[in-house]
Design a protein around this ligand. Structure first.
Ligand code: HEM
Length: 458
């Protein structure tokens, strides 16, 4: 039970807020920044320790981002998307109530949401919260390429209190690229390149048996709290073998690191799901197609010359050691005892998004550009009336599911608002139930909206 609600209730029920708005009426850049700062404050106040078994900031950031991803992955035929409604009984959502409300490492989004919930819809809030953890963990990554999700953010998502249609829509990792295609390409309208770009979020956080039944980090623990392209670098510059029946459960199969650099005492248990590895690897023959651990007993590895960009971005480490071109490279990547079967051609990966994975591992800026495209489509699918920050009072109509390009203009100032938003419209609806913090932020919010609407008018 969380906030008097069953653990599997929808996010809108788990995150209690008297007077919560269903739709955000107005949001300026500084208001967006206020939400981001509050979420970042929560994340960055957690211990910054990171060991092979414990990394609180990675867990919290991962949970918040997974929440947003699982919210938009239920989009189909104009229904669902980023509406703050998910089927919380789906085992793929296990663990999410922690960072939402009950507390992950003692911290939850609930306290932040309560400061803004009478002005910002939960549907918008969960997207901004995810963008906040991306911004914080990107800053930690110290990469030179920039990612500016604020400049493309649009508010106006409507929170849904029920979504029975979402049942069974989350992709099952066991199904590999069949599930990726179904969810991202067919339902959400992404290209394979954009699907692969979105999957790079798995650099953050990890899988835990008590949640999903899977186990391990996609990157080493230190990288798992940095929003960088290490997911692609790991996928290509390390070797992978099937790991069947995780924790004795034959329905849960994944890939585990197999090369000579594997050291669980330092890097924890490094793994990939079928839905990750299949992007780059497929195996020919009778059982062909993108790889699945329980069907393809093969080693996923590539020759050093095929992945020189990934190796360069891996501190010149290839399968845990020096670059070997020629004999011995397979043993270095797969181990001597491994099956002699390779997951496809070591010089020519043929997974459905292989070219994108190679590109993203070599060029972080290319990944971030595709990621921003994919993120905007994913978070806007299903919403037809969205507004740029500061565009309060005018409506920007979009065919949300067919957004294909992104404007880099931070705020729309060319279209004047058709109505003025007054401060009374922004008063906290029930001050006896709201916290002091929420009243203060409500007042500041109202003031900012008033100033913004006056500014836009003149
Ligand atoms: C085919 C699509 C996907 C599949 C099959 C998948 C599957 C999974 C699984 C099994 C876990 C482990 C959860 C746990 O044990 O706690 C996980 C974690 C995670 N997923 Fe995905 N995922 C997919 C797409 C996405 C997307 C689109 C996002 C966000 C944009 C996302 C974000 C995350 C994050 C950040 C974690 C780490 C969670 C944590 O540390 O608590 N995933 N995913």
């Amino acid at each position: 039970i969380v906030n008097g609600q069953a653990f599997n209730a929808t996010p809108a029920k788990l995150l209690a807020c008297p007077g919560a708005v269903e739709v955000t009426e107005c949001m300026t850049s500084s208001q967006y920044d206020a939400v981001v700062a509050a979420v970042r404050g929560k994340l960055e106040s957690l211990p910054s320790t990171c060991t092979a078994s414990d990394c609180p900031q990675a867990d919290w950031a991962g949970c918040v981002l997974r929440m947003a991803g699982h919210d938009f992955m239920d989009f189909a035929n104009g229904q669902g998307g980023s509406d703050a409604c998910t089927d919380m009984e789906d085992p793929e959502n296990a663990g999410l109530p922690a960072c939402l409300a009950s507390g992950e490492h003692g911290s939850s989004l609930q306290e932040v949401y309560q400061q803004f919930c009478t002005q910002v819809s939960l549907a918008d809030f969960l997207v901004i919260a995810a963008e906040a953890v991306i911004a914080s963990t990107r800053a930690r990554a110290a990469g030179t390429a920039s990612l500016d999700l604020r400049s493309i953010f649009r508010f106006g998502r409507r929170t849904a209190s029920s979504c029975d249609f979402a049942v069974g829509r989350l992709p099952d990792p066991e199904r590999g690229c069949t599930a990726v295609e179904e969810t991202f390409v067919t339902r959400m309208g992404l290209t394979w390149t954009q699907a692969a770009a979105l999957m790079g979020v798995h650099t953050l956080g990890r899988a835990q048996v008590q949640n999903s039944g899977y186990h391990g980090w996609w990157s080493d623990p230190e990288n798992s709290r940095k929003f960088n392209n290490n997911y692609y670098v790991s996928l290509l510059a390390k070797g992978w073998l099937p790991e069947l029946a995780i924790n004795g459960n034959s329905a849960k199969n994944q890939w585990e690191r197999s090369d000579i650099g594997r050291d669980t005492s330092v890097a924890g248990h490094e793994m990939m799901l079928n839905t990750d590895l299949c992007l780059a690897f497929s195996e020919g023959g009778g059982n062909g197609g993108p790889v699945r651990a329980h069907e393809h007993n093969c080693c996923a590895w590539l020759s050093a010359r095929t992945i020189d960009g990934a190796v360069r971005n891996n501190g010149n480490e290839y399968c845990g050691g020096n670059v070997i071109r020629g004999r011995g490279d397979r043993d270095q990547c797969c181990g001597r005892q491994a099956t002699r079967n390779d997951c496809g051609d070591k010089d020519r990966p043929t997974g459905p998004a292989a070219a994108a994975v190679l590109d993203f591992a070599a060029d972080e800026a290319a990944w971030l550009r595709s990621f921003a495209d994919a993120w905007q489509i994913a978070t806007e699918n299903g919403h037809s009336q969205l507004h740029r920050l500061g565009d309060c009072g005018s409506t920007t109509e979009t065919a949300a599911s067919s957004v294909s390009s992104i404007s880099s203009t931070p705020e729309t100032t060319s279209s004047l608002p058709t109505e003025t938003v007054t401060s009374t419209e922004w008063a906290s609806p029930d001050s006896s139930l709201s916290s002091n913090a929420s009243s203060v932020s409500g007042f500041l919010w109202s003031f900012a909206c008033l100033v913004s609407s006056i500014f836009l008018r003149f």
